[in-house]
Ligand binder design. Structure first.
Ligand code: 5AD
Ligand code: SF4
Length: 466
């Protein structure tokens, strides 16, 4: 459950459990061990984790040997309390306990005891970043470059459940990316709570220098990263969008609010003017850059004027996409103790207005793309079609196969291409094609391959040449 960091951690968990004899299954009823990797960012995510865990009690009754473990941010936050609240849970392990998981599980299995390990380290060791097989498509993979956060935004639980910021060395990151590229991965997304402070504590290179090194990895076509904090989005990093050729023209730059007084109480260390200045600089360096953001509505004390300032900022920037959330109290985060809480119905109303305000830009951006040609990294056949192919044993050809991929600006594009049949259904996957956008639907873009005849042996990036 939760963010990309959790997806990455789940990959690590699988990797660490293989040597002690576990393998993954998607069937809960045959599992010997169920691990729930949880998210605590908002109260809804936490409720979802507990409701899923609650449903596992019935399985445990049927199979008393089943081990139920809970990891991730809710485990870190609640610790021992989970064991009292949920008698069918055997193990609670925190965000820094992943590398101890094999021993913990062996102890639980051998002694049939219940354990909690939520110990947090001041800084992480290389072993805490060790990765196994990635859970991602073959084309694109996440790579964690740092963990934790030192920013202490007053609404946020992350510094308390993920601990202090800690960066991985450039050598380890590069070696992981080279390995991925050798396996055919074309795109990496570098993960960290605030990539701008990458390596500062440890004295590694800067994030911009890291990007330059990754740019040199053979076989890799695209680099993305998330997330960047507006307070210290450096000029050096902005300039990267103009000079690092594999860096995709997309930045996720969470603004949270357009009101300076709310931003101050959120402890964000910037005002709306600073944010707009960064946006202008980014667009100057890379005019086609897509900018997406996060907004929280209903932060304690948010007045109508504060909220109007947020709407104004959304209008001024014209984001390519927006994730909007209603504020929710998190244990440990200082805003829990702030007064003037905003009522639930007003928060919902503000959320509706933010989404409505953004909708015009979603439509405008998609419509602007029609008639233009974009480089699209092909993810593969669209889902329902790959299923049809798996169910078909013959080499039967479907005349209109539906493929999908992403533009550098991270927009999903569908296109039709002759279906090569079951054996060769991976043929276009991982290629970068020039696609002419023909139609913009409310939630998808449709295009066609633009003047790019297939050639059998490709040089460099693609097997397609214009
Ligand atoms: N309530 C609502 N939204 C939150 N976020 C983080 N903490 C909270 C909270 N307590 C949002 C922020 C952040 C995104 C990942 O989640 O917008 O950028
Ligand atoms: Fe949370 Fe702020 Fe850190 Fe992001 S930068 S993880 S919002 S404390």
């Amino acid at each position: 459950m939760g963010c990309q960091m959790n997806v990455y951690d789940s990959g690590q968990i699988l990797h660490r459990l293989a040597p002690i004899g576990y393998e993954a299954t998607t069937d809960l009823t045959v599992a010997d061990l169920i691990i729930v990797n949880t998210c605590a960012i908002r109260s809804k995510a936490e409720q979802k984790a507990f409701s899923f865990l609650g449903r596992l009690a019935a399985l445990k009754e049927q199979n008393p040997k089943l081990i139920v473990a809970i990891g991730g941010c809710v485990a870190q936050q609640e610790g021992q309390k989970i064991l009292s609240r949920m008698p069918h849970v055997d193990l609670v392990f925190g965000t820094h306990a992943i590398r101890r998981l094999p021993q913990l599980l062996q102890r639980v299995a051998a002694k049939r005891c219940r354990l909690v390990d939520v110990e947090m380290a001041q800084s992480l060791s290389p072993d805490d970043f060790t990765t196994g097989p990635h859970i991602s498509s073959d084309v694109s993979a996440f790579v964690t470059i740092m963990r934790g956060c030192d920013n202490y935004c007053t609404y946020c639980v992350v510094p308390y459940v993920r601990g202090r910021e800690s960066s991985r060395s450039p050598e380890e990151i590069l070696s992981e990316i080279r390995q991925l590229a050798a396996q055919g991965v074309r795109e990496v997304t570098l993960l960290g709570q605030n990539v701008n402070s990458y390596g500062l504590k440890e004295g590694h290179c800067t994030f911009a220098q890291l990007l330059a090194k990754i740019n040199d990895v053979d076989g890799l076509a695209r680099i993305r990263f998330t997330t960047s904090h507006p307070k210290d989005l450096s000029e050096e990093l902005v300039e990267c969008f103009g000079r690092i050729e594999k860096l995709c023209p997309h930045i996720h730059l969470p603004v949270q609010s357009g009101s300076d007084s709310v931003l101050k109480r959120m402890n964000r260390h910037y005002g709306h003017q600073h944010y707009l200045k960064k946006v202008r600089h980014l667009r100057q360096v890379r005019p086609d850059i897509a900018i997406t953001s996060d907004i929280i509505v209903g932060f304690p004390g948010e007045t109508n004027e504060d909220f109007e300032a947020t709407l104004r900022l959304i209008e001024q920037v014209g984001f390519d996409g927006l994730f909007a959330f209603v504020y929710s109290d998190r244990p440990n985060a200082p805003a829990v103790r702030f007064d003037q809480k905003v009522g639930e119905s007003l928060k919902k109303e503000r959320l509706r207005r933010v989404l409505e305000c953004q909708e015009q830009f979603n439509t405008k951006r998609c419509n602007q793309m029609v008639g233009r040609v974009y480089s699209v990294l092909v993810d593969g056949l669209s889902k329902h079609l790959s299923q049809t192919l798996e169910d078909t044993s013959s080499e039967e050809s479907f005349p209109d196969a539906q493929w999908s991929g992403r533009t550098g600006t991270n927009k999903i594009v569908h296109f039709l291409h002759e279906n090569p049949g079951q054996e060769k259904n991976q043929m276009l996957t991982g290629r970068i094609l020039e696609i002419m956008i023909e139609r913009a639907m409310p939630h998808s873009l449709w295009g066609r391959i633009f003047n790019t005849p297939l050639v059998s042996e490709g040089k460099g990036e693609d097997n397609y040449a214009a």
